[in-house]
Design a protein. Structure first.
Length: 447
């Protein structure tokens, strides 16, 4: 038995053939002769064409549903609706509203029709898989470049560990920061572990891990944001997270209950709209500090789950994770996105993460070669940076190597532009003598 599609195709072919013959007949005008035989064939062709069109309409009617049938959702109903363009734009579709879709009612309509502006807003709210949704740079510790190293013992206050992550501590506790194997194959995590304990938390004590988001990047978060990550600790109880401006005069604190020791768990924190009051930077300065704390003294206690005026890090219920040697916290897949719903973690290519990190810090080796000029006192070379940096750059030459120069030290200058540097070395006073100099250089434009 022929399928409906085959029947439609056959009827369409016949209709086209009949229509062609009809067209041939209608080309005759009053000046053309039409035989009796032609006149007899003409009505037959008209009837044949009408039957073919009726067959097409009948088959199509078996497949296409009316608007009412489609909206009724009757079981085994026809699955398509044929509408003229104007109808298709004006009629309500058998689609779900946003509320219906979110409710997840069984057998509800399965699509939502939105105007362009609505669709864009909805996608932004839900994350939508859009590139750049995660405002945390380097929150995947497998692709984080770790330019400064992967293990940091006895860290001093304000030590950078993984790119974009800072250790802050004013207690007597001592910690090691390191890159460790993560939750699953191919994953890594940032681990902070106490190597010297501090069981008594004084009022002003604070141990925290901070990520600073640039002002430009917090603008999409202002209407409300969602923070998420994976976390593990050997100590159960409340682990405080804080979201502050740089002043800092506005803070939102939330606490996550670590339910089981040495077990990875999800963190999801919904932050309501940012307050307009306070001092905020929306350009290339410090927009938002995102942190979690291992120890929080009473000076930094507040009420959780609301924006507060002041500088806070936790509550009176926050657990001291400096209490014993070996206490640790591990964190991975850190994400901060616009909207009030957590979406899938944004996995970026490793070279893309490196590019983003280079806006704030570049560790690179530079080499320059040339010929000495008689009477010259300085050999100079210019290097283009791999990425335009955030702002004025501080440069440190960690090691130098020189040949045929009067100085073994390489000086770095000309970095205020953020996209190139100059390397200088003392020149020998000898005409047409080749020289070489270079250095391993740290370029820092961190927040």
């Amino acid at each position: 038995m022929a399928t409906n599609a085959e029947r439609i195709e056959a009827a369409t072919v016949m209709a086209e053939e009949a229509s062609q013959v009809m067209d041939d007949f209608t080309r005759f005008d009053d000046t053309q002769d039409v035989t009796n035989q032609d006149a007899e064939v003409f009505p037959s062709l008209q009837k044949f064409l009408k039957n073919a069109q009726d067959d097409i309409d009948s088959i199509t009617g078996q497949i296409l549903a009316s608007q009412a049938e489609a909206e009724a959702g009757v079981e085994n109903s026809k699955v398509m609706t044929s509408l003229r363009v104007k109808q298709s734009l004006d009629f309500n579709r058998p689609y779900a509203s946003q509320a219906e879709a979110e409710a997840g009612t069984e057998n509800t309509k399965v699509l939502t029709s939105l105007r362009t502006a609505q669709a864009i807003a909805a996608q932004a709210s839900s994350g939508g898989g859009s590139a750049g949704k995660n405002k945390i740079i380097g929150g995947d510790f497998a692709t984080n470049p770790w330019q400064r190293g992967t293990s940091f013992a006895a860290m001093a206050n304000e030590t950078f560990m993984a790119d974009r992550w800072i250790y802050g501590n004013n207690t007597t506790a001592v910690h090691t920061g390191s890159k460790v194997t993560g939750e699953s194959t191919g994953r890594n995590a940032l681990r902070i572990e106490a190597t010297t304990a501090d069981a008594a938390v004084a009022a002003g004590d604070l141990t925290q891990i901070v990520h600073k988001i640039e002002g430009y990047n917090i603008v999409p978060l202002l209407a409300g944001a969602t923070f998420s990550c994976r976390v593990k600790s050997d100590v159960t109880g409340l682990l405080p997270f804080a979201f502050r401006n740089a002043s800092p005069d506005r803070t939102y604190v939330a606490e996550i209950d670590i339910l089981a020791a040495d077990t990875w768990q999800d963190v999801e924190i919904v932050i309501p709209a940012f307050p307009s009051a306070g001092t905020w930077d929306y350009t290339n300065g410090e927009g938002l500090h995102v942190s979690f704390s291992l120890a929080v003294g009473s000076t930094y206690h507040t009420t959780a789950d609301a924006w507060q005026t002041g500088n806070f890090m936790g509550t009176s219920s926050s657990v001291n994770r400096n209490a014993s040697i070996g206490n640790y916290v591990e964190i991975d897949q850190v994400q901060m996105e616009a909207g009030t719903e957590k979406t899938t973690f944004e996995n970026l290519l490793v070279n893309e993460v490196l590019r983003l990190c280079h806006r704030y810090f570049i560790k690179q080796s530079f080499q320059k070669y040339g010929w000495n000029k008689t009477g010259a006192t300085t050999a100079t070379g210019t290097e283009q940076l791999p990425e335009r940096m955030r702002g004025a750059v501080s440069a440190t030459a960690n090691s130098s190597n020189t040949t045929n120069t009067s100085s073994s030290t390489v000086l770095v200058s000309g970095v205020s532009s953020g996209h190139r540097i100059s390397l200088d070395a003392g020149n020998v006073v000898s005409d047409a003598t080749s020289f070489q100099f270079g250095a391993d250089i740290d370029l820092d434009a961190e927040l």
